[in-house]
Design a protein around this ligand. Structure first.
Ligand code: DQA
Length: 186
């Protein structure tokens, strides 16, 4: 795990909530880990309908976000799967089942087509009680009507769509500033 750099973290006095005991971490202590989840077919980014989803590959998106998070002392864990159950397993693990120190503080998710179908992934996110931002590369509201319903938006902290891969960075920046009180350079 990346150790948070002292300089990047706002100097806040220790209080009860941030005290870490020998074996556990208090429920409100930050783990400095975020989770990026990409759903079905997003492994094809760069090749898949670039006029809609852009030319940037998922590997490039993940590499840039991991580096940006690391600059502020935050570990970004990246997951992509074409399988709904696999995403449920990962959300359960990083959001609830792993030991407290291995859990994430918040989530960025582009569920892709699962956005419009998956009660199971929605329920997994609800179960974790971890805040999440829903991201879509395309403007789903300007497309087919079946894309205009999301099983996630009403329980998301926010929804970003139509801004291409920059939407992911905006979501990351939101967590950096709101979860960790980081002052961002650029
Ligand atoms: C998407 C929009 C979804 O409707 C679609 O099924 C995707 C990608 C987006 O990022 O624009 O696969 O989530």
């Amino acid at each position: 795990m990346t150790t948070p750099s002292q300089s990047a973290v706002t100097d806040k006095p220790f209080n009860q909530e941030t005290l870490i005991s020998a074996n556990n971490i208090s429920a409100n202590a930050k783990t400095h880990k975020l989770l990026l989840i990409n759903g079905v077919n997003l492994n094809l980014l760069g090749k898949r309908e670039p006029e809609i989803y852009g030319h940037t590959t998922l590997a490039d998106i993940e590499k840039n976000l991991v580096a940006r998070a690391a600059k502020y002392g935050i570990e970004l864990i990246c997951i992509q799967s074409n399988h709904e159950g696999k995403l449920v397993d990962e959300i359960q693990h990083y959001g609830l089942l792993a030991e407290s120190a291995a859990q994430v503080d918040a989530i960025i998710i582009n569920p892709a087509a699962f956005t419009h179908t998956s009660v199971a992934i929605r329920d997994a996110l609800s179960a974790t009680q971890k805040p999440f931002i829903e991201v879509h590369l395309s403007n789903v509201h300007a497309r087919e009507s079946f894309r205009q319903h999301s099983y996630f938006s009403d329980i998301a902290v926010g929804v970003i769509c139509g801004l291409g891969h920059l939407g992911y960075q905006m979501a990351l920046d939101y967590w950096l500033t709101h979860t960790y009180d980081m002052k961002l350079d650029s």
